[in-house]
Design a protein around this ligand. Structure first.
Ligand code: ADP
Length: 593
């Protein structure tokens, strides 16, 4: 699949297919025709040789007869001295009968037949004047004569062969044998062959087609016709020409049309004569065969192309089906993906919500821890308020109104102090809604430390705080940042449980465009098993019920939300140090630059 499917049905392809469809059958036809003509040429050559040989042998068979007769002493004596004709006639009759020729006879020097084998037939040759016959003239000039012509008495065509009769060096007459060639023609006809023998003028003298006999292939001009007439070659026959013409030559054969028939003509001269023998092969089968093969090729090719088109169509349908299936698979996958994305978004949302909850939960836990501190923090002022109020009542009873006001002032101050404590609590507990507020990190640190003050005291922990004298402004959620710091302090305090002189250091500084908060302690440092996983959720070394391993992971998320970094390292000789880096706000950056 291929290359075939790649075929595009554009104009050049269509032209190529049409050329193939019509050109190939044509070429195949030509090839077949060429081969057929080659075969025909070979076969007709063989046939021609065969018929030529039979004709030659037929003619040669009687060639010796005139010679034998001329050698006969009685014949020459009869011609030289005269005498009784009958014995000579009888002698010629015997020779003719034994040889199987048509007729034998002798002619005197004046051209008059002196004796003949048919002397006792009604149309005998005796006393016929044959001085005009070429074979007589040839023999009289000392040569052997050969001639095809029609007999003037019986009108029968025949081949005449003659020999001079010589007596004491002089030609005293001519011996002639006539051979009828009609049995040969009969044989040809019976063999179903089409052939003819034509003389030097193109007159057909022998043929398997009786109606072609004594016809010419081309019209003869008047001079030739007159000469033939004078010599009485074919007396009684009008030498009409056949409606024939020759066309192209194909190798050694030529195309010939006679009447409505078309032949391939293979012609050859017969040695020793001026005759030509022509073997004709009907051309019908050639054209039928060529046309048949061309049509078959055309049909097969057409079928081939149709089959190819059919398979191509099927392949394309299969392909588009496959593509449709693939497209549907992709659609399904997309749907699946969309669902998964939706699912992930939902999960993320849930996670965020869970984180919020956890932050809140973390705060509540710290709140719980702070409850004691708050109680402690509030108990003392409440006790003081009670005492002051009791004093006030006593003053009222004793009418010492002047002392009342300062005491009530102290009560009011204590109320303010308590309001501050509860205010802090409120701000810690609430969820932050505003994530991007510019605030001073120093205040956040102070606030976080304030909230943890009680724990630091209880744990007897030494604190060191170092901060710049100017505001360090960042953009973010102050409450959440405080949560991070509280978490760091809480962890440090937990880690310092076994440390003799617990110490927590806090340093705020500005480095480049970042605010950096360092929180360190002199505890045992980060345990090896925690290592790099420290910011992952639920990683804890604390006892069950004390830690759940969420503090740092939530803190990490909070700092990342503020586009900051959260790092940890162990300190030498011992202790852990946390680094919180948060980008300074634009205002702060401008101020610095
Ligand atoms: P939790 O406090 O519930 O264990 P955290 O995420 O806050 O969860 O802390 C994870 C762990 O990190 C702690 O269990 C502890 O092992 C380690 N860790 C945190 N801070 C310190 C520190 N200052 N010194 C030593 N280890 C610490």
């Amino acid at each position: 699949m291929n290359a075939f499917n790649e075929i595009k049905f554009n104009a050049p392809t269509v032209i190529f297919v049409l050329l193939l469809l019509f050109g190939l059958p044509f070429l195949v036809g030509l090839l077949v025709q060429y081969n057929y003509i080659q075969d025909l040429e070979r076969v007709s050559n063989e046939r021609l040789t065969l018929y030529e040989m039979t004709l030659e042998s037929e003619l040669q068979k009687y060639e010796y007869l005139p010679y034998l007769i001329s050698e006969n002493g009685k014949v020459s004596t009869f011609l030289a001295k005269g005498g009784d004709q009958l014995p000579i006639n009888k002698f010629l009759y015997r020779v003719n009968t034994i040889a199987g020729s048509s007729v034998v006879y002798i002619i005197g020097t004046n051209g008059i037949v002196r004796a003949a084998s048919n002397w006792d037939m009604p149309k005998n040759f005796i006393n016929l004047d044959l001085s005009f016959r070429p074979y007589f003239k040839d023999a009289m000039s000392g040569k052997e004569g050969k001639f095809f012509g029609v007999g003037i008495t019986a009108g029968e065509p025949g081949f005449y062969t003659s020999h001079p009769i010589i007596h004491k060096g002089n030609i005293i007459g001519v011996a002639v044998a006539k051979i009828a060639l009609s049995p040969l023609e009969h044989l040809w006809r019976e063999g179903g062959e089409t052939l003819f023998v034509s003389d030097s003028n193109g007159v057909i003298v022998l043929t398997s087609r009786p109606n072609w006999k004594y016809k010419t292939l081309t019209p003869l001009d008047a001079a030739i016709l007159k000469r033939i007439h004078d010599r009485e070659h074919y007396p009684g026959f009008q030498l009409k020409h056949l409606p024939s013409y020759s066309r192209t030559r194909l190798g050694s054969v030529e195309e010939l049309t006679i009447g409505k028939e078309r032949f391939l003509n293979n012609a050859r001269g017969i040695p020793g004569t001026d005759w030509k023998i022509s073997y004709l092969t009907p051309q019908g089968p050639l054209w039928e065969r060529t046309l048949g093969i061309s049509l078959t090729t055309f049909v097969l090719l057409g079928l081939g192309i149709l089959t190819l088109l059919f398979f191509r169509e099927r392949q394309q349908k299969k392909l588009s089906r496959q593509q449709a299936v693939e497209a549907s698979n992709i659609r399904n996958m997309n749907r699946q993906l969309a669902l998964e994305i939706e699912e992930r978004k939902r999960t993320e949302h849930e996670l965020r919500a869970a984180q919020e909850e956890l932050v809140q939960a973390g705060k509540l836990a710290a709140l719980g821890e702070m409850a004691t501190a708050i109680a402690h923090e509030l108990n003392q002022p409440i006790a003081a308020v009670k005492t002051y109020i009791a004093s006030c009542r006593l003053m009222l009873k004793r009418d010492k109104l002047d002392d009342l006001d300062p005491t009530l002032k102290k009560v009011s101050d204590l109320g303010d102090r308590m309001a501050k404590v509860t205010g802090q609590l409120k701000s810690f507990a609430r969820r932050s809604l505003d994530m991007n507020v510019e605030f001073d990190l120093r205040q956040a640190i102070k606030e976080a430390m304030n909230l943890m003050k009680h724990q630091f005291l209880v744990e007897n922990c030494y604190l060191r705080l170092s901060m710049p004298g100017h505001p360090v402004l960042i953009l973010g959620d102050r409450m959440r940042l405080e949560q991070v710091l509280i978490n760091l302090f809480r962890n440090a305090l937990d880690a310092l449980q076994e440390t003799e002189s617990p110490f927590i250091g806090v340093k705020l500084s500005m480095e480049n465009d970042m605010a950096v908060i360092r929180v360190w302690d002199n505890g045992p440092g980060i345990a090896e098993e925690v290592g790099k996983k420290i910011f992952e959720p639920f990683v804890t070394t604390k006892k069950e019920g004390i830690g759940v391993g969420l503090g740092l992971s939530i803190s990490f998320k909070i700092i990342k939300d503020m586009k900051g970094n959260f790092l940890v390292a162990n300190r030498a000789p011992h202790g852990a140090e946390f680094f919180v880096q948060i980008p300074l706000s634009k205002n702060q950056q401008k101020r610095e630059s």
